[in-house]
Design a protein. Sequence first.
Length: 272
Amino acid sequence: MTWEQVMELNRTAQLRQLMTEYLQQFAMMASRFDGTTDRSAELVTVIDAYSAFITDEANRAAWEQLEQEAGPELARLAEELRRTSARCVSIMEKYRALKLLNGNAARTEYFQNIESCIETEFGSFQISSGSKVLMVGAGSFPMTPLMIARRTDAEVIGIDIDAEAVRLGRKVAELLGSGLRIRLERASVEQLADAGDLTHIIFSSTIAQKYELLDRLHPLTNGRVVAAVRYGDRLKSLFNYPSQQVDARKWKLVDTILRPDHVFDIALYQKA
């Protein structure tokens, strides 16, 4: 075995070990969430470190090598890490909302990373004051709805299945978005009375069923709607649900926005 091969083995072994350690940390933090902000600093530190881990060029190369060598065990570890880290992102949004509502707002590297992605979410399919935007997975701290409504004066609807997230999100929107056209609901896509008027749809990257929801939205929306699906493939799939093939009779991929330094990428779809 050459020295280069030995080094490759060391890097892949270290990557697998890091994945296991992050999974243990996320699982512990998720189990300790009690509705207060007592452990928020610890979770912020871990998620910021994990964001850096996901976007590290050296780790991308090691992940590609590990994928070639590993089997079902690695797939199970990756799925568990993806699911648990997504749960912790949801908790961190609740921490951020609670701190804001208590008069103690704070930014983290993860949130700055997400916010910078919003700037180019739809590429050439720009949002204007006449747009109606749906955010699927708005969360407890609805950054995307707030930024879109503030910068474009568009009407924005955010939906989430987490009742607590919707409750907190409404309070955050009232505090930061007074006068903006934002509506947050705990609803399924089929329950949206104005789905036919949507011009833009955004899917959170941490929603496991986002492609199923995209399929369900097809008959409910008009022919001009554009959908931005946030996703993460390869190493980024450890922090985001990956891209999938769509039914070519319903949706067509019109653009892919790859952002190496950001935690997720964006796929843009139009009606076929």
